[in-house]
Design a binder for this molecule. Sequence first.
Ligand code: BEZ
Length: 189
Amino acid sequence: MTVDTTSLNQERNFFTTGQTLWLFGYGSLIWKAEFPFHERRPAHIVGWARRFWQGSHDHRGTPEEPGRVATLVESPGAICQGMAYRIDADTLGPLDIREKNGYLRERVVLHFHDGSHAEGLIYLATEGNAAFLGDAPLEEMARQIATAHGPSGANRDYLLQLAEALEHLGAEDSHVFGLAARVRSIKEA
Ligand code: BEZ
């Protein structure tokens, strides 16, 4: 199931044109920043939990066998660690196209390690989008991730690269680390 959010996102201009803005990456953007940026800083957002609840029919899976990729769900008190990039507004154009399968630009407050904060953007796939898969038993999600492949590569590589990047950041994420442990054991079986 796909829904093209490119044109919706191009109307979601929350920041003044000509200024730089902060983009917060919580998934592949943590380790795969294939776009120009002025600086990057580890950061976190509050009240959001990372979950492998978004279907990927275009990058890490296919329409017949979708993969699972990260989105965020509201979770009071939760902390989601990631990487913030200060970018030019026009850098969002190609990202809108890359992340067109259900993700919409949303505003969030980013917290940096030095205690400062700033308003920024995330790409968010909510329950209402056509590619949303939602929760499932850990074993079921792990098996789906362990076997799905798409034009951007194996779904398990996406998960394991994210787990590794989070470990490097010193981040806590029992959902990602639990899935990664299970997927590693399926791969090794
Ligand atoms: C992220 O890394 O933040 C991200 C990447 C793709 C889609 C949504 C979010």
